[in-house]
Write a protein that binds this ligand. Structure first.
Ligand code: URA
Length: 200
């Protein structure tokens, strides 16, 4: 484990050299986080996909565009919040020389928690919005049931309030002719998180 750093830039630099788990072997970029580190609201997703691995920016693929839309529907954009992920490197399996995205494994999440932990302690937000189950399982509690427990307020080690919401990639899979896939819930949960973040 690296010695404890004191600024976000130092933690980022240390994370960029991390080889604590197998994801370091094939990553192109360590996707650390973007946005306003002074914001009272931090969004924590699952982990980078292909586009994020290529660009170094979280949530820039299809799911990211939906997240941007949900922020916009609340009158917000990426400069109002800070956005990062539970794991900083792309989790994928390689078959026939090709990468296939997969959820991060528990040991990868555990190996990466040193970076998330320091990042959240330095930013010290009022509210954390956990975007998806791996984030809620890491930040709120193990066994968190996202579809049953989303949109509710919890306490956590890093902020006065933690709220979980549906992952936009899940919403995209559920969307159909008759359903918004839960998009309105994502918008609602961001609204609640932002309102809580404005409280003293
Ligand atoms: N999904 C995530 O959880 N994070 C990203 O950065 C991109 C997609």
């Amino acid at each position: 484990m690296e010695p404890h750093a004191t600024t976000l830039a130092e933690v980022k630099a240390q994370a960029e050299a991390c080889t604590a788990c197998r994801l370091a072997e094939r990553r192109r970029t360590v996707v650390f986080g973007v946005g306003n580190p002074q914001s009272p609201l931090v969004l924590v997703g699952e982990g980078p996909g292909e586009e994020e691995d290529r660009t170094g920016v979280p949530f820039v693929g299809r799911a990211g565009k939906l997240l941007d839309q949900a922020l916009m529907d609340n009158g917000l954009d990426r400069t109002d919040v800070y956005i990062c992920n539970t794991v900083k490197c792309r989790a994928c399996d390689w078959r026939d020389g090709k990468p296939y995205n997969r959820p991060p494994a528990p040991d990868e999440i555990a190996a990466c928690s040193q970076w998330l932990d320091q990042q959240l302690r330095i930013i010290a937000p009022k509210v954390i919005l956990c975007v998806g189950a791996p984030s809620a399982n890491t930040i709120i509690r193990k066994g968190f049931q996202i579809t049953k427990e989303r949109g509710k307020k919890f306490s956590c080690a890093y902020a006065k309030t933690a709220i979980a919401t549906l992952h936009p990639a899940y919403i995209l899979r559920q969307m159909g002719a008759k359903s918004d896939g839960g998009y309105s819930l994502l918008v609602e949960d961001i609204a609640l998180a932002w309102m809580e973040a404005q409280l003293g």
